[in-house]
Design a protein around this ligand. Structure first.
Ligand SMILES: [Ca+2]
Ligand SMILES: [Ca+2]
Ligand SMILES: [Ca+2]
Ligand SMILES: [Ca+2]
Length: 377
C-alpha cells in the first residue's frame, strides 16, 4: 500500500514537474544574466499560465497528451476501490454431482463455467460449459449452454475452459477419438451475433488412447495470431509412460494449425507435463506445468517449462523449479502468466499445493518468477 501511494505521489509529482517545465519562461535557465527586468521567481512560475493558455503552451511543447495520461493514471490508482461480491452464477438445470465450476474463465463481459460431470440426455458425465453474460450493471445471466454435438458418456467436456475475444475453448479429456479410448479433444466455439456456435474440434494428430488431450487449455492473441495451447498430460513420449505434452495451435483464417508439440527436454515417465498451461500474448510465452517432475533430489517436486515463439516455432527457454522444493510438492499444478508493466517484466506464477511448511503437511504455496523483458523476448 505504501509503495502504491508512493507511486501515485511520484506520478502526480512528475505531472507537476512536467507542467512546471512547460510553463516556465524559456530563458529561466539563463539565470542572472537574463535579469533585465524583475528577478525570476521560480516558485510562481507554474501558476503564471492558466486555463487555455496553459493547455496551448503544453500542446505547443508536445507535452499535453502525456500529462493528461499521467493524471488519468494517477487518478485511477488513487481510487483503490474494494472488490465487492456482485453475483453468483448458478445453472437452473443443474443436478447432483455436476461439478459446475470445475473450471472457469472470463473475458470482458462473458464468463465460462465448466461442468464436466453434467449428464447430457442419457449420457452420464458427458459434460457441459455454461456461458454467462453481463447484463446492465453488475448482474450476470445465463446466455447459453455449450455441449459437444458428438458428445458421449464420460467425455468430461468442461474439465477445462478458456475464452478470448470471440473464441471459447472447452476441453473434453476423456473423449474417445475413433477407437482410441480417452484420447481427448478440445472444442472451439466462435461467437457471432451474441451466440456461440461450434467452430471446430481439435485433436492431436499423433493422439493415442489415454492421452487426455484437453485436460488443460489456454488461449491468447500473440503478436502473430490467435494462439491456443492444449495440455495432454497422459501422453507417452516413446517409452516414457505419461510424460505428457502440450499442443500449440495457431489460427489461420477459420482453421487452427497444429504446431510441433511441446515436449520437455528433461522429461521422464510420470511427469504429467501439461496438467496446466498458460500463455502470454505480449511476449509469445507459454508455460507448461509438470507437477510430478522429479528433480535431482526430490521425486514429484514438480517443475514448469517455459517456451517462447521463435521464427515460427516454439522452443524451450527455461526450466523453473523451486529452490526450496521438496518431495511431493507438486509445483506446477497450476500456472498463470502476466506482464508487470511497471517494471517491464514478465511474471510466471506457479502453485505448489502440496508444499509442506512450518511442519504443516501439504499446506501449499504459490511462487512468482519474473524476467526482464528485453529485445524480442
Ligand atoms: Ca453426472
Ligand atoms: Ca472416454
Ligand atoms: Ca499415457
Ligand atoms: Ca507435501
Amino acid at each position: 500500500m505504501k509503495r502504491k501511494i508512493y507511486r501515485v505521489i511520484s506520478k502526480i509529482a512528475l505531472a507537476i514537474i512536467i507542467a512546471s517545465l512547460a510553463v516556465m519562461p524559456p530563458r529561466l535557465n539563463a539565470g542572472f544574466s537574463a535579469s533585465a527586468g524583475a528577478p525570476n521567481r521560480p516558485s510562481e512560475a507554474p501558476s503564471s499560465l492558466q486555463g487555455d493558455d496553459a493547455i496551448r503552451n503544453l500542446k505547443e511543447r508536445g507535452l499535453y497528451d502525456s500529462l493528461r495520461e499521467a493524471v488519468a493514471i494517477a487518478g485511477f490508482k488513487t481510487d483503490d476501490p474494494p472488490f465487492i461480491l456482485r453475483d453468483k452464477l448458478i445453472a437452473d438445470d443443474g443436478m447432483a454431482n455436476d461439478s459446475i465450476g470445475r473450471s472457469v474463465a472470463i473475458y470482458r463481459d462473458t464468463a465460462l463455467v465448466g461442468a464436466p460431470s453434467d449428464d447430457i440426455g442419457a449420457n452420464t458425465d458427458q459434460g457441459s460449459a455454461y456461458v454467462f453474460v453481463r447484463g446492465d450493471g453488475t448482474s450476470w445471466s445465463l446466455r447459453q449452454k455449450l455441449t459437444a454435438s458428438d458428445g458421449a458418456a464420460y467425455d468430461q467436456f468442461g474439465s477445462s475452459v478458456a475464452i478470448y475475444l470471440d473464441f471459447a475453448i472447452v476441453g473434453a479429456p476423456n473423449d474417445d477419438v475413433g477407437a482410441k479410448f480417452d484420447q481427448g479433444s478440445a472444442y472451439v466455439f466462435e461467437r457471432g451475433g451474441g451466440s456461440w456456435t461450434p467452430q471446430t474440434k481439435l485433436t492431436a494428430s499423433d493422439g493415442a488412447a489415454g492421452d487426455k488431450f484437453g485436460y488443460s487449455v489456454a488461449i491468447d492473441t500473440s503478436a502473430y495470431t490467435d494462439t491456443l495451447v492444449v495440455g495432454a498430460p497422459y501422453d507417452d513420449n516413446s517409452s516414457n509412460t505419461n510424460q505428457g505434452s502440450a499442443y500449440v495451435f495457431e489460427r489461420g483464417g477459420n482453421s487452427w494449425v497444429e504446431k510441433p508439440k511441446l515436449i520437455a527436454s528433461d522429461g521422464a515417465a510420470g511427469d504429467y507435463f501439461g496438467l496446466s498451461v498458460a500463455i502470454d500474448k505480449y511476449t509469445n510465452t507459454v508455460a507448461v506445468g509438470a507437477p510430478y517432475y522429479d528433480t535431482d533430489f526430490n521425486p514429484q517436486q514438480g517443475s514448469v517449462f517455459i517456451f517462447a515463439r521463435s521464427g515460427g516455432s516454439w522452443i524451450e527457454r527455461q526450466l523453473l523449479t523451486a529452490g526450496d522444493g521438496a518431495n511431493g510438492d507438486n509445483f506446477g499444478a497450476s500456472v498463470a502468466i502476466s506482464l508487470l508493466p511497471g517494471i517491464n517484466q514478465l511474471a510466471v506464477m506457479v502453485a505448489a499445493p502440496n508444499d509442506d511448511m512450518r511442519a504443516i503437511s501439504n499446506l501449499g504455496s504459490a511462487y512468482i518468477f519474473s524476467a526482464d523483458i528485453v529485445g524480442n523476448f
